[in-house]
Design a protein around this ligand. Structure first.
Ligand code: PRX
Length: 683
């Protein structure tokens, strides 16, 4: 594989992922098979034309028409309070109705959710649409009558990958309650911050779940979350705890009287209760999804009901090629946006069968995903480059041992190396599957760039052209457009709004404007969408064929195994250790995870470095955030490389960690430190 270094997308003195990304050359094309094309949902070559800017925004009516509306909208897009876009204004809709009730007539007895325990000897649960309907109604009744929740209230979920998670989300949606699911692997403290920010009175969790063959104590995290939230001045009134095995406690933690309730116990009072779906305005928030950004504080991306669901459903239909008869498995976690859009809302809105798998892909061995695929007849598979790299390393020949056939596969979340792409295509996909490399973000609700699987050839390592109705532009630092095919990296933006775009940052509209729209805004106060390109925060290049290659983040975000982490979040976790004076995090390339964080710390005067302290700092990151943020190494350094104005030069640290040339360091306030750190890194 030929590699070359990407040109820097950002010119400030902070290192960005894009700056250190090592990238590959343009690859040759692969064609989708005639068999795939013959059955594909989208073969209409006019689609992109129909979604041209001339037809904007009315073109998106086609997406919204995939849903069932109580009341049709009056205005497709309201830009009067730009850049706070309002889609399908005046429309009334319910997401739970669209994902459940409307399928009963035709698909009552069809599996909606296949739940697979990590323990292979446990039977698979096949939950039909009828059963989903019954369970969603009962949970909605409990939330309304037992918890007193009503439309617009927020509820934090800290649930693992179990069928009860989509059931709980859909129950919230049924009564207009805004759910905020926090990735189960996040710590209790991280959960607390999100509870406080969203002002959730209710926390819903599960006592435990399996990961890597071991039962994890999730209830403990709920206790920590409530304690920490209380310390921040927010009292959680009720904690609802699903039992992993109904009737049995999988956590040794005691129940807190008056606060903790066993979900499946309380549900008995709501047996067969029906709750009419609440007719929600299209622009009512459906959920919050917290993600990392440039500051330490995670931001709650607020997604709408009508616009989001229309976009999730349409992109699932056309780019995931989901038909109601397909068995679709997205191996992401519902705690991330991929799981929301492409495990829960998209596939269920289309009436497909969606797979929820509890555990790690390589448990108990690297053949597990392929056994699941064979057993369930999965024909659409969706995962991340990190998972593909791990499966390739641990079981390169496993897929061929199993009799499954994928017609379609997705990769998402990080750039995929062409070599890894080829293994995915040849070995996992058995050269039969059409592959889409989908680029998008928590904020965008659904895909932005991808090939249309039956129309465009695939190009390894390239996300492909923009989706219909998405009109990207790559700007340089000064706001000049980089011409198509220039092969020059810049900041990728989207010229126009689309229905899946998030509405705001919960509780922080100023930050929303500042972070996503201010940079390339053409006219302050304008109500014309043309003046407000969406700034994605990624570096990208467009080749002559119009395909985009995404180089990585240009802000202080590290993409670790497809998980988005803020360097500032990790740094502030390190600073909770009292001996630490300064902390700086930089990304380092990792064969499996893509990127991992390296943590540099300088200690307060008089404090001695020790292994114990290194371990304590590392543990602080795990406690404050999650094991996924654990630094590869904690370097205790005598001093940080700094500019004369005292700013830490992360670019230099990143070069040291990656054993690369640090460039000109003569302008540093303390250039001599660079050699000292290099020697330390080599030891
Ligand atoms: O840097 C891009 C990278 O993941 C970031 C978004 O992360 P998150 O909000 O957690 O959403 C992940 C699931 C969509 C982006 O800013 N990214 C996402 N997809 C790709 C990608 N990088 C390269 N290729 C992709 N297909």
């Amino acid at each position: 594989m030929a590699t070359k270094k990407a040109s820097p997308a950002a010119s400030n003195d902070e290192v960005s992922e894009a700056e250190i990304a090592v990238h590959w050359q343009e690859e040759g094309y692969y064609q989708p098979s005639p068999k795939f094309i013959a059955q594909a949902n989208l073969t209409d070559t006019d689609m992109h034309k129909r979604f041209s800017l001339d037809n904007f925004p009315e073109c998106f009516k086609e997406y919204a028409d995939l849903l069932t509306w109580y009341k049709y909208w009056e205005k497709t897009l309201d830009t009067s309070n730009a850049p706070f876009w309002r889609w399908f204004v005046g429309g009334k809709i319910n997401a739970s109705y669209n994902c459940v009730d409307r399928h009963l007539e035709k698909h009552r007895n069809k599996t909606a959710i296949h739940f697979i325990s990590e323990l292979e000897n446990e039977p698979i649960q096949h939950i039909t649409y009828q059963e989903l309907y019954v369970r969603v109604n009962e949970v909605a009744a409990l939330l309304r009558n037992f918890c007193g929740l009503k439309a617009g209230d927020r509820v934090t979920l800290h649930m693992p990958m179990v069928a009860e998670l989509p059931i709980t989300m859909l129950a919230c949606a049924r009564i207009g309650v805004i759910h905020s699911q926090v990735f189960s692997g996040f710590s209790g403290k991280a959960c607390a911050d999100r509870i406080v920010d969203s002002a959730s009175d209710v926390l819903i969790t599960m006592d435990g779940y399996y990961r890597g063959g071991a039962m994890q104590d999730q209830k403990e995290k709920a206790d920590i979350a409530c304690e920490d939230a209380a310390a921040q001045g927010h009292k959680v009134k009720k904690v609802l705890i699903w039992q992993r095995y109904p009737g049995k406690n999988s956590s040794p933690r005691p129940m807190v009287k008056g606060r903790d309730f066993i979900m499946n116990e309380v549900l008995k009072d709501y047996r067969l209760t029906r709750i009419d779906p609440v007719e929600m305005p299209a622009e009512a928030p459906l959920f919050l999804m917290y993600t990392s950004g440039t500051t330490g504080k995670p931001k709650g991306c607020q997604h709408s009901t009508g616009g989001y669901l229309a976009y999730a459903a349409a992109t699932s239909k056309y780019f995931q090629d989901i038909h109601p008869e397909d068995v679709y498995w997205c191996m992401a976690d519902i705690g991330w946006i991929t799981g929301h859009s492409y495990i829960v809302y998209g596939p269920l809105a289309l009436g497909a069968s969606t797979v929820v798998y509890e555990g790690v892909p390589t448990y108990p061995d690297a053949g597990r995903p392929w056994r699941i695929a064979e057993e369930l007849g999965v024909n659409i598979f969706h995962t991340s480059p990190t998972a593909i790299r791990a499966l390739r390393r641990t079981g390169p020949d496993e897929p061929q041992k199993y009799n499954y056939h994928f017609k379609h596969m997705t990769t998402v979340g990080e750039p995929i190396e062409p070599e890894v792409w080829r293994w995915y295509h040849e070995v996992v996909g058995k050269r039969e599957a059409a592959i889409v490399d989908t680029w998008w973000q928590t904020e965008t609700g659904g895909f932005l760039c991808s090939t249309v699987p039956a129309l465009h050839p695939m190009k390894p390592g390239s996300a492909g052209p923009a989706l219909p109705g998405i009109h990207p532009v790559i700007y340089d630092e000064d706001g000049n457009e980089i011409p198509r095919g220039a092969g020059k990296a810049g900041n990728i933006c989207i010229r126009n709004p689309w229905p899946g775009i998030f509405q705001t940052i919960w509780g922080d509209p100023d930050r929303f404007v500042r972070q996503y729209y201010e940079r390339y805004n053409k006219k302050k106060g304008s109500t014309d969408w043309r003046d407000w390109p969406y700034f994605a925060g990624d570096g990208a290049v467009q080749s002559e064929d119009g395909y985009y290659r995404i180089l990585g983040r240009i802000d202080d975000v590290i993409n670790v195994a497809g998980h988005r982490l803020g360097t500032k979040e990790i740094e502030s976790a390190a600073l909770t250790v009292t001996e630490v004076a300064e902390a700086a995090v930089v990304p380092v390339a990792d064969e499996i995870k893509g990127r991992v964080p390296d943590l540099y710390v300088a200690l307060k005067p008089g404090v001695q470095a020790s292994r114990e302290l290194q371990e304590r700092i590392s543990q602080a990151v795990v406690t404050e955030i999650s094991p996924i943020a654990r630094p590869r190494k904690v370097w205790i350094v005598p001093d940080m490389p700094k500019t004369r104005s005292g700013k830490i030069m992360r670019r230099v640290l990143a070069a040291i960690s990656s054993n690369q040339d640090a460039g000109d360091v003569s302008t540093l306030a303390n250039p001599e430190i660079v050699d000292e750190l290099r020697k330390m890194a080599k030891m």
